[in-house]
Design a protein around this ligand. Sequence first.
Ligand code: SF4
Length: 317
Amino acid sequence: MSENVLEIHDVKKHFDVGHKQVIKSVDGISFSIKKGETLGIVGESGSGKSTIGRTIVGLYEATAGKVMFEGKDISQLDRKGKREFNRKMQMIFQDPHASLNPRMRVGEIIAEGIDAYGLAKGKAKQERVFQLLERVGLNPDHAKRFPHEFSGGQRQRIGIARALAVQPSFIVADEPISALDVSIQAQVVNLLEDLQKEEDLTYLFIAHDLAMVKHISDRIGVMYLGKMMELADSQTLFQDPLHPYTNALLSAIPVSAPKLRGTRERIVLGGDPPSPINPPSGCPFRTRCPSAMEHCAMEMPEWKEVKENHWVACHLY
Ligand code: SF4
């Protein structure tokens, strides 16, 4: 776990929404992910977390900045390079129902990528589909059925099998468990963890709350209104959070251990995040921050490594 498989440098993704208005969905984000690592990204809706995922897989073109995969700038890839990038970099979506073609049988859905990249044919292809279904905890017989015949958790397993079919090395999982029952969420996370070890995969795991990314992530980044607020290894982020926004998110997680109950004060944030069309001046979190100072309205805090591998953007540090 040393070599960076993905590096993003000051990436921005702005959307022109007409009337000279621009949504700064992602506004200058940098991080790297090592081979075999899982980086969790957390944020409320409108934080830009899904946009960054889509920009990394190439579904959106960055407005500015660079996305480097295996040492190459993805915007500079030739046709062959782009095709290989599209195979290696796969995405799992939040809503497996919407992302699976309802008119195709599950076997055909999984085989689509195998065909597109010419990875297997005939009997070998069929066996690969059966093997993938078993790998994700389904039954080879399921290949004949249609997506609507499955539960939400099973559909997410089909989405995972489809992603695995092209032998990727990197998976962006965009809220893969948010739409599932709590009882099913842990099963899908366990499956992703097992597959990561077996297939040597690297993950970017996007979620809207910290509890969802805690177990699967080696490091966690917290986004707010298009910017990264804090980034640290998971244990440090949970035990020694620095940013007031991270503190507020952590205080909202129910504490299960009885001896810890009552040790963490609940911080209730007022209102919703401001619109990314018209973000506040200075620190984007200042309108909801319990520690905001006068200076916070004047200047965006610098993104700083305040302790080893612990990055934060806040004037308190
Ligand atoms: Fe709060 Fe100021 Fe830090 Fe922003 S910079 S999080 S407003 S203290």
